[in-house]
Design a protein around this ligand. Structure first.
Ligand code: ADP
Ligand code: MG
Length: 270
């Protein structure tokens, strides 16, 4: 369980990034923070692994304030995935994945063997392990980034717009893959994105942020779609967008769901 307790962050130059943010992320759940650029998402995420220190409030993991933890040890115990993978360019894919386990004392050979297994887990051929990051496509690099974050078998995964740099089709594949992995692994995930569709697809819970990390609404994806708290959320999730406005038409005795443009999108099952 991760708890944000009235957390604030003002950067040294006076920029207020986050004001009095409170949230409980239950264990084994995925919570998506969604908001526009500059709303404080990355700042919030980085306060969990102490890349950023709060200027007010505290973040606790399983009841323990992270401020009391050794920052390096803490970081190695939490998986962290970034938009551009954050892979080391001069190391092979296998060695990139094995980095943290080796730092934690796993023998190199064993760490490499496990890294090859992780490649398969994230849907890549283990033969890619010998390549360097630049020899992979963007989507493959992101998969390696996920494999690397999983390598020390952390309880917590922090994901900062991890699929933001790939094209929509690959992005959709990566989202499906993550959802499948999560169904298997049950990690505690905080996922950050500015993409509402991604948030609705991946979050057990979705937290919609305004500026300064102020929570506009939190709820399950269905709750947020069903009853946006106010005009800001309604606009942000595109509740009035044509593809979200479904109606039902009877065709050959079946209930066909039709979107706001009149296009059939599916059939209701009783
Ligand atoms: N190191 C920093 N120094 C000063 N201001 C920063 C720093 N990092 C982020 N900010 C500012 O804090 C606010 C929140 O940024 P950030 O957490 O990166 O938002 P997001 O990830 O939602 O785009 C923005 O106004 C941003 O410019
Ligand atoms: Mg960010």
């Amino acid at each position: 369980m991760i708890e944000f307790e009235s957390v604030s962050k003002t950067y040294p130059d006076g920029t207020v990034a986050v004001e009095e943010f409170s949230l409980v992320v239950p264990s084994h759940r995925s919570v998506v923070l969604v908001g526009s650029s500059g709303s404080g998402k990355s700042t919030l995420l980085q306060m969990v692994n102490r890349m950023v220190e709060p200027t007010g409030g505290r973040v606790a993991i399983d009841g323990e304030d992270v401020a009391g933890r050794d920052a390096v040890g803490l970081r190695r115990s939490i998986g962290y995935v970034l938009q551009h993978g954050g892979l080391l360019p001069h190391r092979t894919v296998l060695d990139n994945i094995a980095t943290v386990p080796v730092l934690n004392g796993t023998r190199r050979r064993r760490a490499r063997t496990e890294a090859a297994g992780l490649l398969e887990r994230v849907g890549l051929d283990p033969s890619l392990g010998r390549r360097y990051p630049s020899q992979l496509s963007g989507g493959q690099q992101q998969r390696v980034g996920v494999a690397r974050a999983l390598a020390s078998d952390p309880n917590i995964l922090l994901m900062d717009e991890p699929f933001g740099a790939v094209d929509p089709i690959v992005r959709r594949e990566l989202q499906d893959e993550l959802a499948r992995l999560q169904a298997d692994l049950g990690k505690t995930i905080i996922f950050v994105t500015h993409d509402v569709d991604e948030a609705l697809r991946l979050g057990d819970e979705v937290v919609v942020l305004r500026r300064h990390g102020v929570i506009a609404q939190r709820g399950t994806p269905a709750e947020i779609l069903a009853s946006p708290a106010d005009d800001f959320v309604r606009d942000f999730v595109g509740a009035d967008r044509e593809e979200r406005r479904l109606t039902v038409r009877k065709v050959d005795g079946r209930d066909v769901a039709v979107d706001g443009t009149g296009r059939p999108v599916g059939v209701l099952h009783p």
